[in-house]
Design a binder for this molecule. Structure first.
Ligand SMILES: [Zn+2]
Length: 220
């Protein structure tokens, strides 16, 4: 399990979670929500040639195959696993419904199977929904050969109503080797794309350079 890379050098990992639950799918179908895929984030990262790592749920990939293809097609982006339907892997994980313990391994394996056909920079990185985990959850992952990735810089972007606090949360805590947690889920993280240019500028001022997660963990 890792929450940051070596504290040497200048690299930091920008990571974006792509949550998708059945409730979110229902909101899309009912038209209550326009999108859980923030294309402005992709536009910016592509335009500025910024590396990033995307923790994808299987249901998000199935809802947004074109966006997934776009992510997989970018040599600066890595793809990682954020479960199939963003259910909790422990009790008392925010208000997420809980997966039975005997379904945890299969859930994560299925998600890799959903992501794999897209190619690109596939990884065995995995992030728990809500970062919630216990010994049973970690045991369930053991057969899969994954690296569990938390992060040491939490942007706090879910349900944010202003972008400045996100910029401050990131820039106040980011250091060499940091893993920054953000979301690409638009309707549930509506300020992230507004914060991102300021975050990138702040990283530049601090001499920090975004890199794919694998390169951050490798150090240098
Ligand atoms: Zn999540």
């Amino acid at each position: 399990m890792v929450d940051h890379g070596p504290r040497t050098g200048a690299k930091v990992a920008l990571t974006f979670d792509a949550d998708m639950t059945d409730g979110m799918l229902a909101s899309l179908r009912a038209g209550r929500v326009k999108s859980y895929a923030n294309l402005r984030i992709l536009d910016l990262l592509e335009r500025e040639q910024v590396p990033a790592t995307f923790f994808l749920t299987g249901k998000w990939v199935q809802r947004y195959p074109d966006v997934t293809r776009r992510i997989a097609g970018n040599p600066r982006f890595e793809l990682a696993n954020h479960t199939y339907g963003h259910a909790a892997f422990t009790a008392d994980c925010y208000d997420l419904p809980r997966l039975p313990v005997d379904e945890l391994t299969g859930d994560v394996a299925k998600t890799f199977e959903v992501i794999a056909p897209y190619g690109g920079r596939q990884t065995r990185y995995f992030r728990f929904p809500g970062l919630c985990h216990d010994a049973a959850a970690l045991d369930a992952l053991a057969p899969l050969g994954v690296t569990v990735v938390d992060g040491d810089v939490v942007s706090g972007d879910p349900f944010a109503t202003a972008w400045r606090p996100l910029v401050r949360a990131v820039l106040d805590h980011v250091r060499p080797g940091s893993i920054v947690i953000m979301h690409v889920t638009e309707a549930n993280a509506a300020m992230t794309d507004e914060a991102l240019p300021h975050i990138l500028a702040g990283l530049r001022e601090r001499g920090l350079v975004p890199a794919p997660l694998s390169e951050v963990l490798a150090g240098g």
